[in-house]
Design a protein. Sequence first.
Length: 307
Amino acid sequence: MSRTLKDYIIVSLKGMSMGAADVVPGVSGGTIAFISGIYEELLTSISSFNFGLIKVLRKEGIKAVWTQVNGNFLLALFAGIFVSIISLAKLIEMLLEEHPILIWSFFFGLVLASIIYVAKQITKWNFGSVFLLAFGAAIAYYITTLNPMVSENSSMWFLFIAGMIAICAMILPGISGSFILVLLGAYKPVLNAVNSKDIVSIVVFMVGAVIGLLSFSRILKWLFAKYKNYTLAALTGFIIGSLNKIWPWKETLTWRTNSDGIEVPLKQVSISPNSFEGEPQLMYATILAVIGFGLILLLERLATSKN
C-alpha cells in the first residue's frame, strides 16, 4: 500500500489513540484499531514475521524484509502507541483518580458506539453469529466480574508472562489488556515501571508482549480469513460484555491496601446513578458519553468518505 507522509502521521495518531486506550483498564486498544480501519492490516503485518524472513534477508536484503512486514506502517503505529503510553500514563492515572465518573462516561460512550460500528461489518446473521455474539458477551462480562489479585508481583519472569497474556487482550476489541494486567496484579508494577523509566522491566514486559503478539496475531488473521462474520460476531459480543467494566457508577464492596499503603477498591459492582453515594454528575457524564459516542460516528464518517 502506497502512503504519503501525511498518511503515516495519521497512522501514528491512530497509534496514540490505541496507546491511550490501552492505559485505561476496561478499554481495548484493539477496539480503537478496529474502528479506525487498521485492524486487519495490523494483524496481517504482525503475522508476516516468520522464519521465512531470514531467507528473504539473505536473498533480497533488508529493504525487501522491511517491505514484506509493512515496516513503515508498523513503525508509525507503534511509535504513536509508545509516545502515547509514555506521555499519557500519568495524566490518565490522575484523571481516573480525580474524575472517575467523567472519564468512564466518555469511554462508555466511545465503546457503546464501537458496538454499532463493529456489528455493522457483519454481512450475514444466522444462529451461529447470534450464538457467538452472546457467548462473547458472556465471557467478557464474566472477566469484568473477576476479583483482581491482591498481591502485586514485579519479578522479571512475572512481567514477561504478563506481557504475553495482556497483549493478546490488547489486540482483541472489547477485551482490555490493562484490565487483564489488573486481574493478574501486574498493572501497578507495569505503570510504575513506565512512570519511573525502569528500562529493564519495560524491556522484559515488551519482549513478552512481542512473543505473545506474534503468536496470537496469526490465529486472529486465520479466523478473519476463514470465518470473518463469526469472528466479528464474537468480537461484538466481547465489546458488549466489556461495558460492565467501564460503567461510570460503581459501588465498592471490598477494599485493599496497595504497595503504596493507599486503600483502593478491590471488588466493585455497577449501580444506577440514583443509587450512587455522592454526586453522580449525571449531566456532565451524559455530555461526555455523547461526545465519546459522536467521536466514533465522526471517525466512521471520515473513513467512509475516504474510501
